[in-house]
Design a protein around this ligand. Structure first.
Ligand code: XMP
Length: 518
């Protein structure tokens, strides 16, 4: 089995630590994020990183008991890059000085001026004199550690870029991982090159490695894989099929809350194109029956989540010799981020998944995407031959149309919603906008309004169109459609979909809104 070079990111709790990992993965460098509490000397020895990055963080190194890296990080003999808090903790630990306040806090855009000394880390920087960076610090380094020299300064950070070249230690006060540091990616590229990374993390290599790993883990046993029709579960299934062929059975549960033609599309893609053993279960009566009269969003999610597990289990029990359950868990779900809130974060929405299933059924887990970010899953999908049209599909939530039908769900409303949604998506595709949008859908509102069509009065449902841009679904902006597009779409929906006589466009961003209506 191939082993790739590994970089360790020690997380001190910055909001943007994940972005560091993304920048590195884009450079074909394998890296993992671990919270500082878990990174002990023993952990470090075992992980054996080829380089380390200290992330930013909200604490102050001047506070007693604030987060520290283990002492052995500095004696491993590997390159280290410290960012913001990571820079300050590095200085403090190596004999420099950090101070709070004194009017040198910097938040936002700043410009760094180079010193007259050259540093390989900064190759490609300063071609236009100064370099724009993103700062976000209250504390500042007031004395650098012995062995370090200054390579860049900003008005609020006299030690914006420092390095001890003999030890390959680099420290920057700003955040090179954010978009507001336009040439930040180049800095990471230089750092990994200096650290000897060859860019051995590719999806072609990962595919081979994952297949070998799945075969070794599963042996002759049988694996069950729940298919939702989304990219993650599809890529999981196809990868498993490539690894173990007939030993895989997929289960696709139609809960009656899918979009127009969706169940048929998923079933034909997997049966006809991949020849994967597939149990397609139409359980819409069961789900819609249980949801009758339910209008509370959390009760909807819980009802669907629980039934999903029951149904999945029923079908899975029919599969002989099943020992494993495959799940499309991604790396962002695995990362244990540092929480400084001191308590559990508030549940905004309880997302439904099949968690808890494996223990209940006595199954072991196969999670071949655990190391991947979403964009890497898409790249792997392409590598496995999934069509682009499928890979680029907008995310669709587990509870499906249930949460796009605020209030009580009825078959009539679902029918209307499906048709309106299909017209809307067709419009978006026809105008070539689909790939610019993170997610677009229609929500049918629990309100009827009066309209006039021809000579007659109508009294039908109102609907809301939603379209957002987003990087990860955590924050989102509404998509700025042209008025012509909105007008044309509203006309089409009202003309083509019986049951809707009013169309609105939702221009709420997230926060304060959420993407879905429930
Ligand atoms: P919100 O509405 O929370 O959505 O802004 C963020 C992203 O998550 C999806 N979403 C869900 N996915 N189960 C899922 O599998 C859920 O219960 C759920 N709720 C929201 C949503 O479609 C968007 O992509």
């Amino acid at each position: 089995m191939t082993q790739h070079q590994r970089l360790l990111i020690i997380d001190f709790g910055s909001q943007v630590t994940q972005l560091i990992a993304r920048r590195l993965r884009e450079l074909n460098v394998y890296c993992e994020i671990h919270p500082y509490q878990n990174v002990t000397d023993a952990f470090l020895a075992d992980f054996a990183p080829q380089a380390i990055i200290f992330s930013g963080g909200p604490d102050s190194v001047t506070r007693e008991g604030s987060p520290r890296p283990p002492a052995s990080a500095f004696t491993l003999g590997v390159p280290i890059l410290g960012i913001c808090y990571g820079q300050q903790v590095m200085m403090q630990e190596l004999g420099g000085l950090v101070e709070s306040g004194h009017g040198t806090a910097e938040f936002g855009r700043a410009f760094v001026t180079p010193s007259d000394k050259k540093l390989p880390l900064l190759e490609g920087w300063f071609s236009e004199g100064t370099e724009q960076v993103w700062m976000s610090h209250g504390d500042h380094v007031s004395k650098i550690a012995p062995g370090f020299e200054v390579y860049g300064t900003s008005p609020g950070a006299p030690f914006a870029i420092t390095a001890d070249v003999s030890r390959n230690f680099y420290a920057v006060q700003f955040h090179p991982e954010v978009h507001h540091t336009p040439r930040g990616a180049k800095l990471y590229e230089n750092f990994v090159r200096l650290a000897g990374f060859t860019g051995d993390w590719t999806m072609a290599g990962y595919r081979q490695q994952a297949i070998a790993q799945i075969r070794a883990q599963v042996g002759d046993a049988h694996v069950i894989c729940g298919l939702s029709g989304g990219v993650d579960s599809s890529v999981t299934a196809i990868l498993l099929h490539e690894a173990i062929g007939e030993q895989l059975t997929c289960v696709f549960v139609d809960h009656g809350l899918l979009r127009l033609g969706e169940a048929e599309q998923v079933v034909s893609m997997f049966r006809d194109n991949y020849n994967i053993k597939l149990i397609a279960a139409d359980e819409s009566d069961l789900f819609l029956g249980a949801l009758e009269g339910v209008s509370d969003p959390e009760v909807k999610r819980k009802t669907i989540g629980k039934l999903f597990i029951d149904v999945f289990q029923k079908y899975a029990n029919e599969i002989e010799n099943a020992e494993f359950l495959a799940q499309g868990t991604l790396y962002p779900d695995v990362i244990e981020s540092v929480s400084f809130s001191g308590g559990p974060s508030v549940t905004i929405k309880s997302h439904h998944n099949v968690g808890g299933l494996p223990e209940k059924m006595g199954l072991k887990l196969v999670e071949p995407l655990r190391e991947l970010f979403k964009d890497e899953v898409r790249a792997l999908g392409r590598e496995l031959g999934l069509p682009d049209s499928f890979i680029g599909r907008h995310p669709f939530p587990g509870p499906g149309l249930a949460i796009r039908c605020p209030g009580e769900i009825t078959r009539e409303k679902l029918e209307i919603l499906r048709k309106a949604d299909a017209v809307y998506i067709d419009q978006i595709r026809k105008h070539g906008l689909y790939d610019e949008i993170w997610q677009a859908f229609v929500a049918i509102l629990p309100v009827r309004t009066v309209g006039v069509m021809g000579d007659g009065r109508t009294y039908d449902y109102a609907c809301a169109l939603r379209a957002v841009t987003s990087v990860d679904g955590m924050t989102a902006d509404y998509y700025p459609f042209s008025h012509e597009f909105l007008g044309e779409t509203a006309t089409r929906i009202i003309n083509e979909v019986k049951g809707i006589n009013r169309v609105t466009y939702d221009i709420t961003s997230k926060p304060p809104g959420t993407i879905e209506w429930e």
